[in-house]
Design a protein around this ligand. Structure first.
Ligand SMILES: *Cc1c(COP(=O)(O)O)cnc(C)c1O
Length: 381
């Protein structure tokens, strides 16, 4: 089946007892057992819930994995995946990953004996140099946030495969509609479903998709044992969101291309970071590895003062963290998503004070452009 068909149908057969087309919200903590040791596959909703199970089957199909497990947030999914490791293990992580990821690694998991090295994975040689005898896992995010740098996932997985390391890819920025990391050699894919998968900015959730049966069994054990599950109502919201993922992603991209082209032509905009632009340093790689360029971009207004003027003037573009919703969201990485980093570290990463990140929504592109035009008019020429 094609992607759009799977998005709507995989794991979501009409309810056998009523014929309901939409998967019901099984808001139940427990399940009556017919007799001792005999039940219908569900015992207790931390262990398994039919609504969550439908989402998990759906995501396994969309990412091409053996199984998927849904968690209370994207960070809960990443945290659960990291507990596949044990004290003394070393992880190499993409520099420029979502800010919450190094925060979890450095401020919490380090205390439990895991060790982390951050490298620019856009150059695979940096990964090779960072591998230690105790390295067990490589955690990659592509494209990176907010500079939209692309890591060659096939080149990275060739390295991890040959050394027996597990490759985890955070695919939140593109969704499986535009990128399928497992087909490029990843072992585990994580998502914040809060973003494109749910797509409507009305729920927080996460999912991990496993390519290997052993990882799937172990993570299922961890999900039940540690318990950071996604609730039935939130699972239902994500399932509902995914039904329109294909049409939404196409429109996000169409709008993003139009807006990137508009911004490139503006003298007050210093630089536009969007992989769909031909002058993006990894445009060729992006075209090869992704089936579309997505709806995320960032651009430089030149200074903190200019960014402030711009952000205070726009109206339709809502100032806020998060991304991937139907509405256009705009944010200032230096003071919002990347406030956790020191100014020195931000400069090293290339996150300037004037940088603005845009999650292009699916409103009429003309209206978004008009709003950006208003914002730019607040910057002295
Ligand atoms: C938002 C986000 C996360 C964290 O997900 P939550 O659902 O907020 O916990 C992880 N990775 C990326 C790329 C994100 O954008």
């Amino acid at each position: 089946m094609g992607f759009a068909t799977d998005a709507i149908h995989a794991g979501q057969e009409p309810d056998p007892s009523t014929g309901a087309v939409a998967v019901p919200i099984y808001q139940s903590s427990t399940y009556v057992q017919e007799e001792l040791g005999k039940h219908k596959g569900y015992e207790y909703s931390r262990t398994g819930n039919p609504t969550r199970a439908a989402l998990e089957r759906n995501m396994a199909v969309l990412e091409g994995g053996k199984a998927a497990l849904a968690f209370a947030s994207g960070m809960a999914a990443t945290n659960a995946v990291m507990t596949l490791l044990k004290s003394g293990d070393h992880v190499v992580c993409s520099e420029g990953a979502y800010g919450g990821t190094p925060r979890l690694f450095n401020s919490i998991l380090k205390n439990f004996g895991l060790d982390f090295t951050y490298v620019d994975t856009t150059n695979p040689a940096n990964l090779i140099n960072a591998i230690q005898p105790n390295t067990r896992m490589v955690f990659v995010e592509s494209p990176t946030n907010p500079l939209m740098k692309i890591t060659d996932l096939s080149a990275i997985s060739a390295i991890t495969r040959s050394r027996g390391l597990s490759l985890v890819v955070d695919n939140t920025f593109l969704s499986p509609f535009f990128q399928k990391p497992i087909s490029l050699g990843a072992d585990i894919v994580v998502h914040s479903t809060t973003k494109y998968l749910n797509g409507h900015s009305d729920g927080v959730g996460g999912v991990a998709v496993l390519a290997q049966e052993e990882d799937a069994a172990r993570l299922k054990f961890i999900q039940n044992a540690a318990g950071a599950i996604l609730g039935p109502f939130d699972s239902w919201l994500v399932l509902r969101g995914i039904k329109t993922l294909a049409v939404r992603m196409k429109q996000h991209e169409t709008n993003a291309i139009a807006i990137a082209k508009y911004l490139v032509g503006q003298p007050k905009v210093k630089k536009v970071n969007y992989p769909g632009l031909e002058d993006h340093p990894q445009h060729a790689l992006a075209s090869r590895q992704m089936t579309g360029f997505g709806g995320m971009m960032s651009f430089d207004t030149g200074s903190l003062e200019n960014a402030r003027r711009f952000l205070n003037r726009v109206k339709l573009c809502s100032l806020g963290e998060s991304l991937g919703g139907v509405e256009t969201l705009i944010c200032h990485p230096a003071t919002m998503t990347h406030a956790y980093f020191s100014e020195e570290e931000r400069q090293r990463l290339g996150i300037s004070q004037g940088l603005v990140r845009l999650s292009v929504g699916i409103e009429d592109a003309d209206d978004i452009v008009t709003d950006l035009e208003m914002g730019l008019s607040a910057i002295p020429g």
